[in-house]
Design a protein around this ligand. Structure first.
Ligand code: ACO
Length: 448
């Protein structure tokens, strides 16, 4: 099987969002903290009408329609999510309604969960299935769906919500270079959800930032060494055209790319540009721990990598900056931003992806792009994603309304016997939404 990977994508996010500048003022944070400090513009959130199940129903239905895929042609469906609605029944089983209707119940796969990494686990499962001897010739389908909400406090502006769907098969315009994968998994308590009565995580913000960067370093080293083993030459950031990171907030992405450049400098000083080499020289003897603490290194490496960031990373930042952290969907929304911004020039390029989920699981992997053939072409995927129009159609609400919505959702989390409001005017046609939860906690959805 050749070029197994992503054939098609579709993307959905709720129509309501709050501006970070307004939230900053409302929260009494210093001006610029969320917009410049975290690097975020806007944050999407679900109202009482939507959740991870409805968003995934919406995005899967839309993908099948837009690429005219027969639901009987799906042989495996995997969902990545960390938003718990039911501790036993998978989100995947909800999506089976779409396939049952066409007489297709022969669909493998369930949900994968580990913070923001579940979508990558789901994606690897589908790609591995297509590459394996149990493949039956049909498509795989991966769905990443999350609603990221935090308790009041410094983490609240780093929420977000979206669902993304990816069709998997051979001869894909976005194929996996499966030989180059670097993984790093360890046990830490940086972000977790031990309180089952609440949707909010417990988060050690500072620790989660350091864990993310340590995982990045470790994955990058392993990724490089695998590349070097197969290619017989050193890897540096100049060997990839784009880098796409899991994006909890944009500032961490800026720091991450600078960190890769610093790694290149440490591994082989002559692989970085002369000016950068001179500026990074004072940091060449820092221990690992010292390097994570050094503000000077952070500043200097970001400064020397800035022009490369603009070229190799900036195109991926659109959706994560506009929608916030979409947990499992975050890295794939960043990838969708690259397709949106650069689809006509991506043929032949390599994109390196870094997926991180607290707790922790992380992998760096590589994708190779080909223009592809309609409907599975990069330009058609960009058309279907329809990013600009979707962003423009959003409805900006005031922070007061956002906070009020979160209060209602706190109340509703885990509750039974309620109906949702009838006001669905903000939802576009074809959107699924929650109508009620009955006395047996069974959820009911309708399609607008
Ligand atoms: N203007 C410009 N920049 C400012 C301003 C201002 N007025 N005020 C603060 N800043 C800068 C800070 O200097 C800092 O930037 P730096 O990191 O370059 O120094 C940045 O804004 C954030 O300020 P902090 O004081 O560090 O923010 P705080 O500690 O209050 O919260 C945090 C940030 C920890 C990320 C919090 O939002 C959080 O816990 N989020 C959830 C956890 C998370 O996303 N972790 C990432 C990986 S794990 C995952 O994906 C869930």
């Amino acid at each position: 099987r050749k070029d197994v990977g992503i054939l098609a994508m579709d993307f959905y996010f709720p129509p309501t969002c709050v501006q970070q500048e307004a939230l900053e003022a409302y929260d009494g944070a210093s001006k610029g903290k969320y917009t410049i400090g975290l690097g975020q513009d806007c944050m999407a959130f679900c109202t009482e009408l939507e959740d991870v199940i409805s968003m995934s129903l919406t995005v899967v239905t839309s993908l099948l329609e837009k690429y005219q895929i027969d639901p009987k042609q799906i042989g495996r469906l995997e969902v990545g999510s960390e938003t718990v609605i039911d501790k036993s029944k998978s989100i995947k089983t909800w999506l089976m309604q779409i396939f049952e209707e066409y007489g297709n119940t022969d669909v493998e796969g369930v949900d994968s969960t580990n913070a923001c990494y579940g979508g990558t686990a789901a994606l690897f499962n589908c790609v591995n299935w297509v590459e394996s001897s149990s493949w039956d010739g049909r498509y795989g389908l991966v769905v990443c769906t999350d609603s990221a909400v935090y308790a009041e406090g410094p983490a609240r502006p780093t929420g977000g919500a979206a669902a993304i769907a990816m069709l998997i098969g051979p001869n894909a315009p976005i194929s996996f270079e499966s030989k180059y994968r670097g993984t790093h998994m360890t046990h830490v308590y940086d972000f977790y959800k031990p309180n089952l009565a609440s949707e909010y995580p417990v988060v050690d913000g500072k620790l989660s930032q350091t864990c993310y960067l340590m995982a990045l370093d470790s994955c990058y080293k392993r990724f490089c060494s695998k590349y070097e083993k197969f290619e017989g030459k050193q890897f540096s950031i100049f060997d990839a055209d784009s880098f796409v990171f899991h994006s909890p907030y944009n500032k961490l992405v800026q720091k991450s790319f600078a960190r890769l450049y610093y790694n290149d400098f440490l591994r082989n000083p002559s692989s970085v540009e002369k000016d950068a080499r001179e500026k990074l020289e004072p940091f060449s003897t820092l221990t690992g721990d010292e390097s994570y603490q050094s503000r000077e290194l952070e500043k200097t490496s970001q400064q020397v990598a800035k022009h490369l960031y603009d070229e190799k990373v900036q195109p991926s930042t659109l959706l994560p900056k506009q929608l916030g952290n979409m947990y499992t969907a975050s890295i794939y929304a960043a990838f969708a931003s690259v397709l949106h911004n650069k689809h006509s020039t991506l043929g032949g390029q390599r994109i390196v992806m870094f997926s991180y989920g607290s707790g922790l699981s992380s992998t760096m992997f590589s994708l190779k792009l080909h223009d592809g053939q309609h409907p599975f072409s990069l330009s058609n995927i960009a058309t279907v994603l329809n990013v600009s129009e979707k962003l423009e159609a959003r409805h900006v609400v005031l922070p007061e309304k956002f906070v009020e919505t979160l209060k209602l959702m706190e109340h509703r989390y885990g509750a039974k016997d309620f109906v949702t409001g009838k006001e669905t005017s903000l939802l576009s046609p074809g959107t699924f939404y929650l109508t009620k939860v009955d006395s047996m906690y069974r959820r009911h959805y309708a399609k607008k």
